[in-house]
Design a protein around this ligand. Sequence first.
Ligand SMILES: [Zn+2]
Length: 123
Amino acid sequence: MHPKVMQHLKFNRWYERQLFSGFAWLVSCLLCGFLFAAIVEYIAKHSSGIFTLISLVVLYGIGIGCIELFRRFWIQLSFAQYCANSATCSDCGSYGLFEVRKDTWPIYARCQKCDHRWVIGQD
Ligand SMILES: [Zn+2]
């Protein structure tokens, strides 16, 4: 029978997906920030002993989460940027004319114009 066919994506499509998931992290980070602000606002109006303490613990968790989400956004964005910078064929100068095998690293690129091969992410 046929071996399982790996899913390939055009580099541009792949790059868009990287950016999209990066911005999904950013949006989550912003929502987390709004939640943080909303709780601070709530505590300021309804402060009472043990409740305030619990809220502060929750705020701590949300704060950490917010930083983590931003970190993921930043890593994803830098990664996509790094790949985009290495996506030009050094032989013929074509940009992004290759397919990317989903979820593999490094990326083995083969120019569809001149058949030049290179690897992205191997230093
Ligand atoms: Zn080329």
